[in-house]
Ligand binder design. Structure first.
Ligand code: ZN
Length: 339
């Protein structure tokens, strides 16, 4: 194949998560031309997920061909710990049943009749960070640290265009080191990894909701993390003329619990990222995930705690919100196979 044709070829980027799998046709310059999303068959086992993912990719390759575009490779960002050399899933949470042990790259290659070198896979957070480092909030930076605060806490340090995966591909598990905030009544909070007292046990979205309940908040006032933010953002209900005293006190207490939970969880997040900045000294820091999108109520105490933590030479480090949204991991995954 002539070099010019190789350079012009497009790639498929796949973002395979616990609930949905999104894929898109990505141009060499990183534009997503067409995309599709399917539910991840997270109870059906690895082979069924590979069947569905291969069908998703085939559909996009056909649409690209109809538009006169050639596709040269497939990049996958997947949930779980991914062996990027063997192309296999080393471990995964129960969010995707039977995903651990799946031969991701060879399974897709055989279904798509592709040479193994045409398919690459990394963990989805690494793909997300690579997308932001290439074309998003950290574009133009030679090094960037992205930390995502959502259902869990994860991150990736991208150095000279490549995520640092670690010797055993576990690099980026930034939710699992000690946080002084991750304790209650003197006892460390349990973490989903089986450990305790970790950042994720206080700084994830579900942890924020647990903190709201610990501060005396009621599920009748906020059913989930999103509800806690809505409660915190609501106008103060106390002091309203003519309202029943008891009901007012209950509402005010719940709003106070919501504000406390957000403050503590955001401070824990910021302190953790600040410590990582001290260790890694990235050119740019990108904060992502559902909590980063929740607005100033979370961002302000997060950034305050982050900057409190920084060593003096780091005070001017830019800390910015992720910019590419849902396409970040698709673009980053495609980048794995775009030359
Ligand atoms: Zn943990």
């Amino acid at each position: 194949m002539p070099a010019s044709l190789t350079q012009a070829a497009h790639a498929i980027g796949v973002d395979l998560g616990g609930t949905k799998t999104a894929a898109g046709v990505v141009t060499p310059s990183g534009d997503v031309l067409m995309s599709e999303t399917i539910p991840t068959m997270n109870r059906a086992g690895g082979e069924a997920i590979l069947d569905a993912t291969a069908a998703l990719i085939t559909g996009l390759v056909e649409r690209a061909a109809d538009a006169g575009l050639s596709v040269s490779g497939v990049g996958v960002g997947s949930a779980g710990v991914i062996d990027a050399v063997a192309g296999s899933v080393l471990s995964a949470t129960d969010a995707i049943h039977g995903w651990a042990g799946t031969s991701l790259v060879s399974g897709l290659c055989s279904r798509l009749s592709l040479h193994p070198s045409a398919v690459q896979a990394v963990n989805d957070v690494h793909a997300h960070a690579l997308g932001e480092a290439w074309l998003g909030a950290a574009a133009g930076s030679s090094s960037s640290l992205m930390v995502a605060f959502g259902t869990g806490v994860g991150g990736s340090f991208v150095l000279n265009g490549a995520p640092v995966l670690g010797h055993r591909f576990v690099g980026g598990h930034v939710g699992h080191f000690a946080s002084p905030y991750a304790a209650f009544d003197g006892a460390p909070l349990a973490c989903v990894c089986g450990g305790s007292g970790h950042v994720e046990a206080i700084a994830s979205g579900p942890a924020l909701y647990e903190a709201f309940l610990r501060f005396g908040g009621s599920s009748a006032h906020a059913a989930d993390t999103r509800g806690v933010f809505a409660l915190a953002a609501a106008e103060a209900l106390d002091g309203g003329a003519g309202l029943d005293g008891g009901a007012v006190a209950g509402s005010a207490d719940n709003r106070a619990a919501a504000l406390c939970a957000i403050d503590v969880c955001a401070a824990a997040a910021g302190q953790a990222v600040g410590g990582l900045i001290n260790i890694l000294d990235p050119e740019t820091v990108v904060i992502s995930g559902g909590l980063a999108d929740a607005g100033e109520l979370w961002w302000k105490p997060m950034e305050f705690a982050l900057r409190q933590e920084l060593l003096a030479p780091l005070v001017s480090v830019p800390v910015v919100r992720a910019r590419l949204g849902n396409t970040a991991a698709i673009v980053g995954a495609a980048k794995l196979v775009l030359k």
